[in-house]
Design a protein around this ligand. Structure first.
Ligand code: UDX
Length: 432
């Protein structure tokens, strides 16, 4: 199959490389010439484990191409994927669809022969209908099927998630389109991955319903963590105790500083808007959004408490800035809310993250260090915000030695309270 992938952001690039690896001929297209130059030269604009090798081997095999010019690739394509961004619109929380519609206009002018036009970007229910209208207006003669095919990729594990998904969802009732989509995902089909064909609107909603449910699950265990602290229980044992019930499931029950990232915050907000507009408000999701926002601020109060109620003039060391490990993504990272709140309380903040280089632009007044020990040096409190593997194996004696006071706030529960106390740390964590 021939595939054109519009947008070489996270979703577009991972999906494009994986489809090429499935044996299809893929051209990834982006208007950003510097990005395409970088990709052509073998560079990868984002940090995602394994992506560099996957891209290189498929380029070498002659299956993966990069271009700023979409004409040839779209004309030849059996399927054109739209993988451009759908950020939250500033101020109102609706998904900004301008990039999606611009891509649709461009595709419409270029398609030849029967072509499946697929939205991979997360788009609100009804967007497929709007794209169809664009085609009817711009190219009434075009033979296209507009299909929804949401991605469920986790950053840091995206290639694994693409190649071994729990399911693939395809929203189309057009039989020719179903045939092409089946062919595109053929290797998964052979692995007996369920491929769920639904109506387009249903497929669009499945993506939001899944992300909102996961956000809700995390928020639930976070509230249980607070309750555990109040009544003297252990949230990790609670999570295990409930997670072993197959109806609940043990995944996504790690209590922490609140969810962040490029999907959950944006998608929950967009779902709230869609639901309100449809006259069927999703109050559980509305509450989840509110509770999660408040949680990030509450984390700063936790640090304040660990510093005996006074952070004025004190030095706080922060380990981990990205919204989760194994990514360089800073979007809606809890650190972006927690650190300014600490600074408001008078703290001086010094921080380190293995990949969160962008933080230097997003966080003012922070002293960025090159390693965890430099962060601990002279600190009154050390806070773990993101659970990078390297923070799980710190030389704690060395940390203790260089800190002003051995006070550790572990917002990801990566250490054991008893161990830490035995080592002489004043240690606090989440829900234990
Ligand atoms: C998510 C979905 O998992 C994916 O299916 C979807 O397509 C995009 O959004 P991603 O944002 O990459 O993926 O990260 P994920 O691993 O889901 O984590 C999201 C946030 O929740 C992170 O801030 C993470 O730290 C937090 N989280 C996750 C928890 O606090 N506890 C958990 O148990 C799991």
């Amino acid at each position: 199959m021939r595939v054109a992938m519009i947008g070489t952001g996270y979703v577009g690039l991972v999906s494009g490389a994986c489809f090429a690896d499935f044996g299809h001929t893929v051209t990834c297209i982006d208007k950003d010439a510097s990005k395409i130059e970088q990709l052509k030269a073998g560079g990868i604009p984002i940090y995602e484990p394994g992506l560099d090798l996957l891209v290189a081997s498929n380029v070498k095999a002659g299956r993966l191409f990069f271009d700023t010019d979409s004409r040839e690739a779209i004309r030849q394509a059996d399927a054109v994927f739209i993988g451009v961004g759908t950020p939250s619109r500033r101020g109102d929380g609706y998904a900004d669809l301008s990039y999606v519609y611009a891509a649709a206009e461009e595709i419409a002018t270029l398609v030849e022969g029967f072509t499946v036009v697929v939205t991979k970007s997360t788009v609100p229910v009804g967007t497929g209908d709007e794209i169809e209208k664009i085609f009817k207006r711009v190219r009434p003669d075009a033979d296209v099927a507009v299909v929804s095919n949401p991605e469920f990729l986790r950053e840091g594990a995206a290639i694994e998630d693409f190649k071994r998904p729990d399911r693939v969802v395809v929203g189309t009732e057009d039989e020719r389109a179903q045939e092409i989509m089946r062919e595109l995902y053929r290797p998964l089909y052979l692995n007996e991955t369920p491929i769920l064909f639904t109506s387009r609107r249903t497929s669009e909603l499945i993506k939001y319903a899944a992300n909102a449910f996961l956000a809700l699950k995390i928020t639930y265990i976070n509230e249980m963590a607070d309750l555990c602290e109040a009544v003297g229980a252990d949230v990790q044992q609670v999570a295990r105790g409930i997670g072993l019930d197959g109806r609940i499931g043990g995944k996504f029950l790690n209590a922490g500083p609140g969810y962040g990232g490029s999907c959950f915050p944006k998608d929950t907000l967009a779902l709230v808007r869609t639901a309100r507009d449809a006259g069927a408000p999703v109050e559980l999701v509305e509450t989840t959004v509110k509770v999660n926002d408040e949680r990030k601020r509450a984390m700063a109060r936790k640090v304040l408490k660990a510093a005996d109620g006074d952070l004025d003039g004190k030095t706080v060391g922060v380990l981990g800035l990205t919204f989760k490990p194994n990514t360089d993504d800073m979007r809606d990272a809890p650190s972006l809310a927690i650190i300014p709140a600490l600074q408001d309380k008078g703290a001086k903040v010094q921080a380190f993250d293995p990949e969160g280089h962008e933080a230097t632009k997003l966080l003012a007044g922070v002293d960025f260090k090159d390693d965890p020990y430099a962060v601990a040096e002279g600190a009154d409190v050390l806070v773990i915000i993101t659970e990078w593997d390297q923070f799980r194996a710190l030389d704690l004696d060395r940390i203790k030695l260089v800190m002003k006071k051995p006070v550790l706030v572990d917002l990801r529960n990566i250490y054991k309270p008893a161990d830490m106390r035995a080592r002489g740390f004043a240690y606090s964590s989440i829900g234990r």
